[in-house]
Design a protein around this ligand. Structure first.
Ligand SMILES: [Zn+2]
Length: 308
């Protein structure tokens, strides 16, 4: 009995055949779909494929199909590598039952969270803070730990009303890190940002929006939720058209939007800083209220009970 219920064993593919994933389970092949239908079909295809894989797993586990065959097509370590979302010792449970990955927040209220990544930086972050102060606008800064150590004194006295999130110690790509490496990158920044802010950050924004299983496990164990974004400043597209960027941002944001901006980087990103006040005014004219990411998450509409 234990061999059929061992949670440490990866589920073998159904039918004992190597598979590239749930796509193979669909009667309809992707290339047969008209391009316009791909997006609508993809979710159904994935869901039906998952159901087939789950149904098949039970059958395969009771048959001849073994561990070696089940893992033969994986080029990644099952435990201990960056893809692993369980502890390598196979005994330590995650600290809590779940970790959220948030792109935006479901809310009927016209709330928006403005976020700035990669700072703090000389000139940039003080300039952003001045615009936010002049317009009485709260924001969330996902800071890089070592930049906070170097430049934190430039902003330390100006963070009231704003939220500080964790953007790792040195802007590393968490998707290429083991659990231990991810814990170090997040934890070291956590300590520095806690010193700077006087409170403990609870939101992690992974650099580049890159995630691995180890990222989720590390975020969970360190008490973080993962915050991405669903709208972003398109600085490089609007470098020569600052009014166009203002219009794009003002028109494209929805209730619950998490908007990505940067408070350091190449000079072409300055187009967003120059237009920031106009964007804030324009969004307020559309009835939007600015809140921090944590405030936005707290305003989420309770999820409806799924229909059965
Ligand atoms: Zn970044």
């Amino acid at each position: 009995m234990s061999s059929t219920t061992d949670p440490e064993r990866p589920a073998p593919e159904p039918n004992g055949a190597p598979s590239t994933g749930p796509w193979d389970q669909s009667a309809e092949r992707p290339e047969e779909s008209p391009a316009g239908r791909d997006r609508a079909l993809s979710r159904r295809r994935v869901l039906s494929g998952t159901a087939a894989a789950l149904a098949g797993a039970g059958v395969a586990l009771t048959g001849e199909f073994g561990y070696a065959e089940a893992t033969a097509d994986s080029k990644l370590p099952v435990y201990g590598g960056y893809a692993a979302s369980v502890h390598a010792d196979r005994r330590t449970p995650p600290r809590s039952s779940r970790v959220d990955v948030v792109w935006s927040v479901d809310t009927t209220r016209r709330l928006i969270a403005l976020t700035f990544d990669d700072g703090p930086a000389p000139n940039w972050t003080p300039r952003v803070l001045s615009i936010l102060a002049q317009t009485d606008t709260p924001a969330t800064f996902f800071m890089v730990g070592r930049r906070a150590r170097e430049y934190g004194r430039l902003v330390a006295h100006r963070l009231d009303g704003h939220e500080i999130g964790n953007h790792t110690w040195a802007h590393q790509d968490l998707a290429k890190m083991t659990y231990e490496q991810a814990c170090t990158a997040i934890g070291r920044a956590h300590n520095e940002l806690t010193r700077l802010w006087g409170r403990e950050p609870t939101l992690l924004r992974p650099p580049y929006g890159h995630l691995a299983g180890s990222t989720l496990l590390a975020a969970n164990d360190l008490g973080y939720q993962v915050v991405l974004w669903n709208r972003q400043m398109l600085e490089s597209r609007f470098t020569q058209n600052p009014d166009g960027l203002v219009d794009y941002i003002v028109e494209s944001c929805d209730p619950g939007t998490i908007l990505l901006a940067h408070d350091t980087g190449p000079a072409d990103r300055l187009v967003a800083i120059r237009g920031l006040a106009a964007m804030i005014i324009g969004l307020r004219r559309r009835g939007f209220e600015f809140v921090t990411v944590s405030e936005l998450m707290a305003a989420a509409t309770p999820a409806a009970t799924p229909a059965h």
